[in-house]
Design a protein around this ligand. Structure first.
Ligand code: AMP
Ligand code: ZN
Length: 492
């Protein structure tokens, strides 16, 4: 039996604003779409927090035995500087400033994105489609929406008619807004907009003469609106109705609201059963954001090269810092908070490294079954990694008490204890044990040092010392092999 059959996973659905029991469209399978980065600059730690939140979701769904198709796109065209469809394309602007091709910008920052997520130990998604790879699909959706009368063409651009849509549907269903408020709040950016109403959003934009990223369409040369790519790619790979759609809180409006509107017109259905929104990472009391310059880059943390840091922090300690907060809570970044997280991380890894020192007995005085249940309950409660970590520290207490022989554990329980710890720490939270890695690195360094000392002994014709080093290493299971290129070693 799969774990999901015995575990009741609850997910907070931003649409219903409540926790709901998770029931996938197809039993045993999950389709999950997460809005990916716009690849015009290095991802900052705030972006990484959101991608890590959904990595946790992906990992836990897999742990429960679901077959997950996780689609996360790359926005490589169509995202303008301003959410109201104004301004330059972010990628084209960077290309212009750096005097390189837009696709060079895309390549550079896609590589950076992948490298960063790999360092932080995020799993790759199942499919990573790009906006420019799905222009044809986007054009087809626009044709369909136009044909249904919910969009209009003007000067080679096509806009979604939000007011008309709102006559029969609720534009604002996800973000809790209503159109009347937005009529008050939206100001014309330059008074020159060709839109019928400022609430309307672009499905297709005419490319001005100097706009490099352009494609032919029935409405002339242009490029797709940002919201459209996610509708095109999510429904292409996951179906018209799929299970989970995720992104940062700031994407709820207008991005996700527009996705719902597009799908409702095109497919006549609400596209997503569970909308999940990850909360923001805060720096200096404000949302971390590229546009305001209030951000820190992951690499600055790993190297310590930023004035707000006292030293470098490993990707694992950084990951632990993120995982200590529930994904729907705001998380404040600071050097102190990172230092505290690092201490916690080290404490957890040190405890895991001591597991082998536990002697098993006939009976258990600790209740491993109950403890394991609490770990699952934490994650079943809307992926509460914060409560999970508190439970893992309960496990650390058990480890210490068992080593001190103040508690006892049976062989079967010990096996379950060890498996559960490994599952949650490494598979679900995605942490790595750097302490273990450091130990093996140190061991290699130590053997290299002894090889060097043995060579010096041989150069001095001190055969007794050279043999002693080789033989004593052999007793420890470390074999030296002398060859033309020098001495190598293997550890049994
Ligand atoms: P972008 O490349 O700007 O589209 O952002 C990629 C993802 O990062 C989106 O899901 C955003 O919601 C998310 N994001 C942006 N800033 C932050 C932040 N300060 N904290 C958490 N997530 C963020
Ligand atoms: Zn999106």
């Amino acid at each position: 039996m799969e774990l999901y059959e015995t575990n009741q996973l609850k997910i907070y659905n931003s649409l219903s604003k409540s926790k709901e029991i998770f029931k996938p469209v197809v039993e045993g399978n999950v389709g999950m779409y997460v809005c990916g980065p716009t690849v015009y600059s290095n991802v900052h730690l705030g972006n990484v927090r959101t991608f890590m939140s959904f990595d946790l979701v992906f990992r836990y769904l897999k742990q429960l035995g679901y077959k997950v198709r996780y689609v996360r796109n790359i926005t490589d065209a169509g995202h303008l500087e301003n959410d109201a469809d104004e301004g330059e394309d972010r990628i084209a602007k960077k290309a212009r400033l750096e005097k390189i091709e837009p696709m060079e910008v895309v390549q550079r920052y896609t590589v950076d994105f992948h490298e960063t997520l790999q360092k932080i130990n995020n799993l790759p998604p199942s499919i990573e489609p790009t906006a420019t790879g799905h222009i044809v699909e986007q054009i087809e959706i626009i044709k369909d929406i136009l044909q249904k009368g919910m969009a209009y063409e003007i000067n080679g651009s096509v806009y979604f008619d939000v007011l008309k849509y709102n006559e029969t549907e609720h534009y604002g269903i996800l973000s809790g807004r209503n159109i009347e408020d937005s009529i008050h709040n939206t100001r014309e950016l330059d008074g020159q907009s060709e839109k019928k109403n400022p609430q309307d959003f672009a499905l297709w934009k005419r490319a001005e003469e100097k706009h490099i990223m352009r494609w032919p369409s029935p409405w002339g040369e242009g490029f797709p609106g940002w919201h459209l790519e996610c509708t095109a790619m999510s429904t292409k790979y996951l179906g018209e109705i799929f299970d989970i759609h995720g992104g940062g809180m700031d994407l709820k409006f207008p991005h996700h609201e527009c996705e719902i509107a597009q799908s409702k017109v095109k497919n006549k259905v609400n596209p997503v059963n569970y909308w999940m929104h990850a909360n923001m990472l805060i720096l200096n009391g404000q949302k971390m954001a590229k546009s305001t310059g209030n951000y820190i880059l992951p690499n600055e943390i790993f190297t310590g090269e930023n004035n707000i840091l006292s030293k470098a922090f490993s990707p694992s300690a950084t990951r632990f810092f993120m995982m200590q907060a529930h994904y729907r809570s705001v998380l404040d970044f600071s050097n102190d908070a990172l230092e505290a997280a690092e201490k916690g991380y080290i404490k957890l890894m040190e405890a895991l490294n001591k597991l082998d020192n536990i002697e098993v007995g006939k009976v258990s005085s600790v209740n491993i079954g109950d403890w394991k249940q609490r770990c699952y309950e934490a994650m079943n409660d809307d992926f509460n990694s914060s409560v999970l970590i508190a439970n893992l520290f309960e496990g650390v207490k058990y480890i210490n008490l068992l080593i001190e022989k103040k508690e006892t554990i049976s062989a079967a329980d010990f096996k379950e204890f060890q498996n559960t710890l490994n599952t949650f720490v490494f598979d679900v939270l995605g942490l790595k044990n750097d302490l273990e890695q450091n130990a093996s690195e140190k061991l290699n360094g130590l053997v290299e040092m002894l090889i060097k000392m043995r060579k010096e002994a041989r150069d001095n014709r001190d055969w007794a010392l050279s043999d002693k080093i080789r033989d004593e290493l052999a007793v420890l299971g470390i074999q030296l092999k002398d060859g033309k290129e020098g001495t190598t070693f293997s550890i049994n």
